[in-house]
Design a protein around this ligand. Structure first.
Ligand code: UT7
Length: 325
C-alpha cells in the first residue's frame, strides 16, 4: 500500500559574513574563551551586518536549498519560516522571502516556537503536504538573535549567533516500507508553565518594545536533557527504530554538554552526532538546518540515511523528528 510522505529534496544555508570569536567578546563583557568553551563548546558565531534582516538570511538559505534540490522557486506553494526574530511585528517575514523569490501563489507564514521552530515547521509543512493542501514546501529557520541580546549580560550574549537554513520538502508517493524516504514521524511538545525561564522581556502587546532575551540557564539546562530524551524515546516507540538504526543525530545546537548528555543517555554513538555549536553558537530555529546543511555538503548525510532531529527551547517547547534522507 503506497503512502504519501514529505521527502526532502535539498537543503541550503547562509551565515552572515561577520565572524565574532570568544576573544572578541572579552572586549565587551567580562568573560573568557576558556569559560565559554568549557561550559558550552562555542568558539565563534556569525553576526548579521547592520541592515541585514532575518528575511535576507532566509532568502539566501532558501535560494541555496532550491539550487541543491534542483527545483525552480515557482514550483513552491508553501513557505514556513520558523523565527523568533522577524523583520517586523507583521507582516510575516515569510512573505518577504516569498516576494524576494518572485513567488505569488500558495501560502507563506511565520511559525514561532523559538529554538524548536524548525522541527515544528517541518511537522507543520508535513501535515499540509500529506493532506494534499500543498505540494512543495520551503521550510526555513532564520534568526537574528544578535538584535534581541542584552550585550551587557555575559550569561546570555556569549551563547547566540545569527544564521539561516532551509529545506525543500515535496509530497511523494512512497511504497510504505522501511525504505521509504521522507519525514517518518514528528513529535511536538510544549509546557507553558516554564515560559518565564527563557523569554524576551518585551513585545508589541506588553511593553510596545522589542525587548531582550532573558534566561535562567541552569533551569533550561536541567530540563533540556530529560525533555529531549523523553520525546526521542517516543519517536523510537512510534517507529520501531532504535539508536543503533540511526545514521545521524542532528540536534539543536545550544550547548555541547546538553548534546553529549542526551546522546549518551539515548545510547547514540558520538561519531553519529553532528556538532556545529562550536562554529555557529546557538542560532535558535536556524541551528538544525544549518547543521544539516554542513553534514550534507561535507558528504556525511547521504540519500537513504536515517536522520534524527531534536530541539528544545523557550516556552518550553521541544520536539523530535525522524527523517529518511
Ligand atoms: O536554545 C535554547 C536552550 N538554551 C539552552 O539550552 C541553554 C541552557 N543552559 C546552558 O547552556 C548553561 O546553563 C549556561 C551555558 C547558560 C551556563 O552554564 P552553567 O554551567 O549552568 O553556569 P552557571 O549559570 O551556573 O554560571 C556559573 C558561573 C556564575 O558565577 P558564580 O555565580 O558561580 O560566581 C556566572 O556568573 O559562571 C558565571 N558566568 C560567566 N563567567 C564567565 C556566567 N556567564 C559567564 C560568562 N563568562 N560568559
Amino acid at each position: 500500500m503506497t503512502v504519501t510522505r514529505s521527502v526532502v529534496l535539498g537543503c541550503g544555508s547562509y551565515l552572515p559574513a561577520r565572524l565574532v570569536t570568544n576573544d572578541d567578546l572579552t572586549k565587551i563583557v567580562e568573560t573568557s574563551d576558556e569559560w565559554i568553551v568549557q561550559r558550552t563548546g562555542i568558539r565563534e558565531r556569525h553576526i548579521a551586518a547592520d541592515g541585514e534582516l532575518t528575511s535576507d538570511l532566509g532568502v539566501a538559505a532558501a535560494r541555496a536549498a532550491l539550487a541543491d534540490a534542483k527545483v525552480d522557486g515557482q514550483s513552491i506553494d508553501l513557505i514556513v519560516l520558523a523565527t523568533s526574530t522577524p523583520d517586523n511585528t507583521f507582516p510575516a517575514s515569510a512573505v518577504a522571502v516569498q516576494a524576494a523569490l518572485g513567488i505569488t501563489r500558495g501560502a507563506a507564514f511565520d511559525l514561532q516556537a523559538v529554538c524548536s521552530g524548525f522541527v515544528y515547521g517541518m511537522a507543520t509543512a508535513d501535515g499540509l503536504l500529506r493532506a494534499g493542501v500543498h505540494q512543495r514546501a520551503l521550510v526555513i529557520g532564520a534568526e537574528t538573535f544578535s538584535r534581541i541580546l542584552d550585550w551587557t549580560d555575559r550569561s546570555t550574549c556569549v551563547l547566540f549567533g545569527d544564521g539561516a537554513g532551509a529545506v525543500v520538502m515535496e509530497a511523494q508517493q512512497q511504497a510504505g516500507t522501511r525504505e521509504d524516504r521522507g519525514l517518518l514521524t514528528a513529535h511536538l511538545r510544549s509546557d507553558g508553565r516554564h515560559k518565564k525561564k527563557l523569554y524576551v522581556d518585551g513585545g508589541p502587546s506588553s511593553t510596545g518594545t522589542v525587548g531582550h532575551l532573558r534566561m535562567e540557564g541552569k533551569e533550561v539546562f536541567r530540563f533540556a536533557v530529560g525533555a529531549i530524551t523523553d520525546v526521542i524515546k517516543d519517536v523510537f516507540r512510534d517507529t520501531g527504530y532504535t539508536a543503533d538504526d540511526l545514521d545521524w543525530f542532528v540536534p539543536h545546537q545550544a550547548n555541547k554538554r546538553i548534546i553529549d548528555g542526551s546522546a549518551h543517555k539515548l545510547g547514540i554513538a558520538p561519531e553519529k552526532v553532528v556538532m556545529t555549536v562550536d562554529r555557529h553558537g546557538n542560532t535558535s530555529a536556524a541551528s538544525i538546518p544549518l547543521a544539516l546543511d554542513v553534514a550534507v555538503k561535507d558528504g556525511r548525510i547521504k540519500r537513504g540515511d536515517l536522520v534524527l532531529l531534536e530541539a528544545m527551547g523557550g516556552g518550553f517547547t521541544w520536539g523530535a523528528a525522524l527523517v529518511r534522507w
